[in-house]
Write a protein that binds this ligand. Sequence first.
Ligand SMILES: [Mg+2]
Length: 236
Amino acid sequence: MAAGIEVVALDGDDTLWHNEGFFADTQARYCELLAPWASGEAIDAAMLECERRNLELFGYGVKGFMLSMIETAIELTAGKVSAVEIQAILELGKEMIAQPVELIEGVDEVVPSLAETYRLVLVTKGDLFHQESKLARSGLAELFERVEIVAEKDRATYQRILAASGVEPERFVMVGNSVRSDVLPVLELGAKAVHVPYHLTWELEHAEPPAEHDGYWEIDSLHVLPDLLGRLATPG
Ligand SMILES: [Mg+2]
């Protein structure tokens, strides 16, 4: 008897919809705002350090990013940043939250077709409210059996999701753009993972892809995912 994939879990940011580009664009505008005090390079470095420190306090998402921009501005200006400038920083963050959701090419065809064959789960990090709103605006919400907006994508998180879905690891595949979050912890559990790289990766999300692994694939586009999953029926 052949047992193939039963549950397909999909990442949201930079897998289903564009995300990192908005952070990069916003940070470029933030650098312009602080240009009187520091070079772009110094600002980027200070921001990265600040985000690294704050990650365990604020978690992922735009709201934590806004607070890190404000904190970095206070540091780099030695407290001289004005209330008007802080207001401009808050506006940058609010604009990000209001951005329309832009689906990544192929998502509008591939995800509905996957939903005909597999149970779909969305697994995403970030601000709860913002991610729920992006999912609602994506037009994809009804295709998912479960939506998991999580604080961290680690082994324990995936273990909980597998249990909640009532699926064996061999029949679960996670698809996403982050090796660190979407691939490595999933493979540790004996489940399968498909990496779909995005052209931008946040520095704190960087990880090396696994060496040869028989539950791991890298694909260029979601277009080839249905074929790949179809071939994964394993003799049992
Ligand atoms: Mg992602």
